[in-house]
Design a protein around this ligand. Structure first.
Ligand SMILES: Cc1ncc(COP(=O)(O)O)c(C=O)c1O
Length: 372
């Protein structure tokens, strides 16, 4: 008998209050059940173009170079690094969390000279620190994480881009957690390469990750002396599929495109600013409620917090692993623990997409209150 013969897929219906993956919007679910078409089907190319237009709005860019990397957020991070961080070049990283560390590892694999400005996890970088670091190091490329999901800290990047532009350095920004829930504002901030994911602020499943490249960064792609080590993630090769005449490079997954199309449609209908505001308000309510229950915030300053990923240390009497287990068992609620040096120490709670409402925050707080 086949192992799969008797089983239908019937996963539990979890409430995804973690830092990602988040709840999938019902419209994205429905879209994923629609028929598959070919990779150059006129219908598919229309969907592709609409996704690119929607992403331009959500990312805040007029750049033509917006692509969807087939893979999770790390694939888009790797695409950013392999295309712009060349062997022997200097890559400066603003490091205060797990995902900045991941960017570091990718830069090292590129055989770049990676230099880091480190701060305690949960903090962000001031304009003076950024300027001092960049002027001292004179890097070819800098990398920072706009919304550091491992700590809950947000920084737009304005402090970093100002200093980088002054010395003609490209800026790569990890926007994996900011896109769709908080401002990315790629052009206004001055980001050259912004990458993200589908499974957080866009309310879609993982597997298709946006990347956008500014015109001045694209010039570097066009003028580069050597090909990047990766063929699959070579943006010059990949771009030929995303732009007419849509030359085959890889086979896209239509359900993921359909989902992203609908995720973006939902954002467009609500209005990006309204959506940000909804996430901000929900985050504030959660912070207030958690403080009332005795939790302490990891990110001390309110204006440095990710609105939709709240990071807290529980009161001494609460075991974080047991609390997560109780929420899952009793309420089907998923929240997350810490990563890396914060593992076992903090909880990371996401209020994204459909869950970013006062009612859903109140429900979560009640469940937590009943479980501690
Ligand atoms: C800020 C940040 N960067 C990168 C990643 C990696 O994304 P993925 O897990 O989709 O590969 C994550 C995932 O949570 C993230 O939060």
């Amino acid at each position: 008998m086949l192992a799969t013969e008797t089983k239908r897929i019937a996963p539990p219906k979890r409430l995804m209050y973690g830092p990602g993956p988040s709840m999938v919007d019902p419209r994205a679910y429905e879209a994923m059940a629609q028929p598959i078409v070919g990779m150059r089907d006129p219908y598919f190319l229309e969907i592709m173009a609409e996704i690119q237009a929607g992403l331009r709005q959500a990312l805040g860019t007029n750049s033509e170079k917006v692509f969807m990397v087939p893979g999770s957020g790390s694939a888009a991070m790797e695409a950013a690094v392999v295309n712009f961080v060349t062997p022997g070049s200097k890559f400066a990283i603003f490091a205060a969390g797990h995902f900045a560390d991941r960017m570091t590892l990718m830069g090292q694999r590129q055989r770049a000279v990676v230099v880091r400005l480190e701060k305690p996890w949960g903090e962000i970088f001031t304009a003076a620190e950024a300027q001092d670091f960049i002027e001292r190091e004179r890097p070819d490329v800098v990398g920072f994480v706009q919304a550091e999901t491992s700590t809950g800290a947000y920084q737009s990047g304005r402090n970093i881009t100002a200093a980088a532009r002054a010395v003609n350095t490209l800026v790569i920004a990890d926007c994996v957690t900011s896109l769709g829930a908080m401002p990315v504002e790629m052009d206004a901030v001055g980001i050259d390469v912004a990458y993200s994911c589908s499974q957080k602020g866009l309310s879609c499943p993982a597997g298709l990750s946006p990347i956008a490249v500014s015109p001045r960064a694209w010039e570097r792609v066009e003028k580069r002396a050597e090909l990047p080590f990766s063929w699959y993630l070579d943006l010059a090769v990949m771009s030929k599929y995303f732009e007419p005449p849509h030359v085959y490079q890889h086979t896209p997954s239509p359900p993921l495109y359909y989902a992203m199309h609908q995720g973006l449609a939902v954002i467009e209908e609500e209005g990006l600013q309204n959506r940000w505001e909804r996430h901000r308000r929900a985050g504030e309510k959660l912070v207030e409620g958690l403080q009332r229950l005795g939790f302490q915030l990891l990110v001390k300053r309110a204006d440095e917090r990710i609105w939709h990923v709240t990071t807290v240390t529980p009161p001494d009497s609460v075991d974080e692993a047991k609390l997560r287990e109780a929420l899952l068992q009793k309420y089907n609620i998923e929240i997350a623990g810490g990563l890396g040096q914060l593992a076992g120490k903090i909880l990371r709670i996401g209020t994204m997409g459909p869950l970013a409402t006062e009612e859903n925050v109140a429900f979560l707080l009640d469940a937590i209150a009943a479980s501690i």
